[in-house]
Design a protein around this ligand. Structure first.
Ligand code: NDP
Ligand code: ZN
Length: 355
């Protein structure tokens, strides 16, 4: 079978030829119905230096898939069923799960395996482990496009708000108005935030930030983020900050923005140690009871079912983020390149594979 992925990690991407995988116990062989390229695909292919274990690896982790073949032990699904495949598919038979760290089942971040430690969804076929615990049927009334956004953008954006622990009436800053930040804004609103201030620059994203619930949007290219936000709040620090864009430089910014005992939820993986500068130290001296929590997005069937219900019952419509449409496996290199270049009008692309 054919797939698009990393040929030499850190250097080249292209089409790869592989054997069709055989589903083991509780696994399913799927064909992609719709997939979404992700900012993380670019990170996975090109960042963190050269990791030979990532050579010859098919990319892609956001999908709605159709079951082609079921492994031994599967009882609920049948061939032909169409399900949302979350990007995090934990191994539920691990000790990490018993410790509540299911995203890290099998090791740090190993709950996310599709498109990283095993071949991904930009392919003719792909495997899903523990398919009946890790995927969810799409309820009536939920479009394929919206269901696809559950796989990563919704679960991740919503997790940022869980990590920051947003409460009724809280003032919240969401750094980043890409699709992840947009879903954090929507989630903050659903959690009852009072004032929501977003940080971003691309005009289409800014428009959607207001749509999903931001009251103000600050452009980080037009000046210091902290100064701009403090000018809006009259110098008062906010209750919660979600980091959904930028890099490690956002950590000290989040500390400086957030009041003592406030919450900081970080979604951006830092491969260089965060620089906690002297300004940050002067503000909080790291004894200000900030609750900092960074996390990989939750997966699993119940998580996906809950997010699908939010769509079904009209609480959020993530499909509005889909600005660019592609058709077929052959278009994956163009869709991937789009994520690399991030043109002004881009929010999130979708690739129709086997609809
Ligand atoms: P995008 O690139 O689409 O969005 C990033 C946002 O951050 C944009 O609004 C961008 O602004 C803004 N930004 C960029 N640089 C800065 C800066 N210096 N200061 C402030 N804002 C800045 O990414 P996604 O929405 O797809 O993903 C967001 C992050 O979440 C990525 O780092 C991704 O890897 C991560 N992620 C984490 C997951 C997890 O499980 N923890 C899962 C999925 C993604 P502009 O409008 O100018 O582009
Ligand atoms: Zn993703």
């Amino acid at each position: 079978m054919k797939g698009f992925g990393t040929i030499i990690h850190g250097q080249t991407v292209g089409f790869l030829e592989k054997n069709i995988p055989e589903p083991g116990p509780f696994e399913a062989l799927m064909e992609p119905v719709v997939i979404a390229p992700c900012t993380s695909d670019v990170h996975i292919a090109f960042e963190q230096g050269h990791n030979p274990a990532r050579n010859n690896r098919i990319l892609g982790h956001e999908s709605v898939g159709r079951i082609v073949k079921l492994g031994e032990g599967c009882t609920e699904y049948k061939v032909g069923d169409v399900v949302v495949v979350p990007c995090t598919t934990p191994n539920w038979r691990t000790l990490e799960v018993q410790d509540g760290a299911f995203q890290h089942s099998g090791g740090l971040c190993q709950g996310m395996r599709i498109g990283t430690s095993q071949d991904g969804v930009m392919a003719e076929y792909y495997l899903v482990n523990d398919v009946e615990m890790n995927t969810a049927r799409i309820p009536e009334g939920v479009s394929l496009e919206s269901a696809l956004m559950v796989s990563d953008m919704m679960t991740t954006g919503f997790h940022g708000v869980e990590l920051a622990d947003v409460q009724f009436g809280d003032s919240v800053v969401v750094i980043g108005t890409g699709p992840v930040g947009l879903m954090s804004i929507a989630a903050a609103k659903l959690r009852g935030a009072g004032r929501i201030i977003a940080v971003g620059s691309r005009p289409k994203c800014v428009e959607l930030a207001y749509y999903y619930g931001a009251n103000e949007v600050v452009n980080y290219k037009e000046g210091d983020i902290v100064e701009q936000i403090m000018a809006l709040t009259g110098g008062r620090k906010v209750d919660r900050t979600v980091i959904a864009g930028g890099g490690t430089e956002q950590l000290p910014i989040a500390y400086r923005l957030t009041r003592p005992a406030g919450g900081i939820g970080d979604l951006v993986a830092a491969d260089t140690p965060p620089r906690l500068d002297t300004d940050t130290a002067a503000f909080c001296r790291f004894v200000a009871h900030h609750k900092f929590s960074g996390g990989l997005c939750p997966g699993g069937r119940r998580r996906a079912e809950r997010l699908l219900d939010l769509i079904k019952y009209g609480r959020v419509d993530p499909s509005l983020m889909l600005t660019h449409k592609f058709n077929g496996l052959e278009s994956c290199p163009d869709a991937f390149e789009l994520m690399h270049k991030k043109p002004q009008e881009l929010v999130k692309p979708i690739v129709y594979m086997n609809v």
